[in-house]
Design a protein around this ligand. Structure first.
Ligand code: AKG
Ligand code: FE2
Length: 392
């Protein structure tokens, strides 16, 4: 799209015909809306405002909205739910208010599997602190980071630094590195010498994310007409080696176009494994979520929100009533974005290893299975050991 813009503006044509070209471009573009449309839309809107005067903006907005209605990707807009009354630091709100929150979240979970929640008590400044401190780790030399690499055959197979991974085996490798924290209050495997604040900052963010996740588990249960503690009781060992819940800080370096492999992504198409995920993106955004028609649309950064999504195990647990939706982070389109590193922080919520997952509607669509067995069967490469601690 931007190539096209430069190409047209670069031609020696009258201002009238530039506008005509723009109208054509916009019509074509609107007719073939793609994943980056939202961002392009804003840029084009600015063009209209700056170059053509306010009178055009109204018609542009009208066209844009009409086209959005006609295009399947645009049918997926991710709702923003206000969690303020139940945010961290607040006591439990009234039953009516809890019902509103749970109804709104479950509606989004049934529909597209993703929802933004705002006023959670976790602020952008907390998120950016994790990103700033972890970036200092990611910028260390490789041989130092290797000392903190995860070991998949340990009891905590996700803990530590991962240089590169492929969430989707058909992808050509992902352009990211990550550091995972799953067991807190263990003194080993922290780069204390190099980034002294790293441990404290990650552990503190882990604890706030866990507290928020517990509140979210409550509203999910209520929205499904289950006992409010139904899920909470199965997530009691978060932060220990009996539960694989993981806080992940991810660093996506800037990209050299010439070294890109075919179909390579920053984060390949996948769905998450566990109960649900809390995702925090930096201001550059970049995440895309698949809609029901199989098309990707942008799930941009929205200040002071958490992007919450259903993961595979919760889909199975709810007999597919809640949807674990595919998502990805593709290679950005503009040179500016290619030259900018990207960061995100995710909290992957999982039940305790020994939880027996039985379809919670009682209809037994899927046979009961323990949570750790499910992970071993679906992601054996990440959980290769014969057994993992369960506390039984
Ligand atoms: O970095 C992101 O925004 C998304 C990462 C993600 O989806 C994942 O690691 O599961
Ligand atoms: Fe994911």
């Amino acid at each position: 799209m931007f190539g096209l813009i430069e190409c047209v503006v670069g031609r020696n044509v009258s201002s009238h015909s530039i506008h005509k070209h723009w109208d054509n471009i916009i019509s074509c573009w609107l007719a073939s809306l793609g994943p980056t449309s939202v961002k392009c839309g804003r840029t084009l809107m600015q063009y209209y405002q700056q170059e053509r005067g306010g009178h055009q903006v109204e018609s542009f907005e009208k066209d844009f909205k009409t086209q959005r209605r006609q295009n399947p990707w645009s049918k997926m807009s991710i709702e923003v739910v206000d969690f303020g009354s139940f945010g961290l630091g607040n006591a439990e709100p009234s039953a009516i208010e809890l019902e509103r929150i749970s109804t709104e979240i479950i509606r989004a979970f049934r529909d597209i599997g993703f929802v933004y929640i705002k006023n959670t008590g976790i602020k952008d400044e907390n998120v950016f602190e994790v990103m700033d401190i972890s970036r200092r780790f990611f910028l260390l030399p490789r041989d130092i980071k290797q000392q903190y690499a995860r070991s998949t055959d340990s009891e905590t197979p996700s803990q530590g630094w991962i240089e590169t991974e492929s969430l989707n085996p058909t992808s050509s490798g992902e352009l990211k590195e990550v550091f995972n924290l799953s067991t807190i209050s263990t003194s080993d495997n922290w780069p204390v010498k190099h980034v002294p604040e790293f441990t404290k900052c990650m552990e503190s963010f882990f604890k706030s994310s866990e507290q928020l996740a517990i509140r979210i588990l409550k509203v999910i249960a209520m929205g499904l007409s289950l006992e409010p503690d139904f899920f909470i009781n199965k997530h009691t060992k978060i932060g220990s080696n009996q539960n694989p819940t993981t806080l992940r800080t991810a660093y996506y370096p800037s990209i050299q176009k010439s070294s890109l492999k075919e179909h390579q992504m920053r984060c390949a198409e996948h769905s998450d494994f566990g109960t649900c995920t809390l995702l925090f993106q930096d201001k550059s955004g970049g995440l895309e979520v698949m809609n029901k028609s199989g098309q990707y649309c942008a799930a941009p950064y929205i200040p002071n929100t958490v992007l919450l999504n259903v993961a595979n195990l919760l889909q199975r647990w709810t007999s597919d009533a809640l949807i674990s939706t595919k998502h990805r982070v593709p290679i950005p389109q503009t040179d500016d974005m290619l030259n900018s590193p990207r960061q995100s922080v995710a909290f992957f919520v999982h039940p305790d290893h020994n939880t027996i997952l039985e379809c919670c509607d009682g209809l037994n669509k899927y046979p009961p299975i323990s949570s750790i067995q499910y992970l071993k069967e679906t992601h054996g490469e990440l959980f290769p050991r014969e057994s993992y601690p369960t506390g039984d």
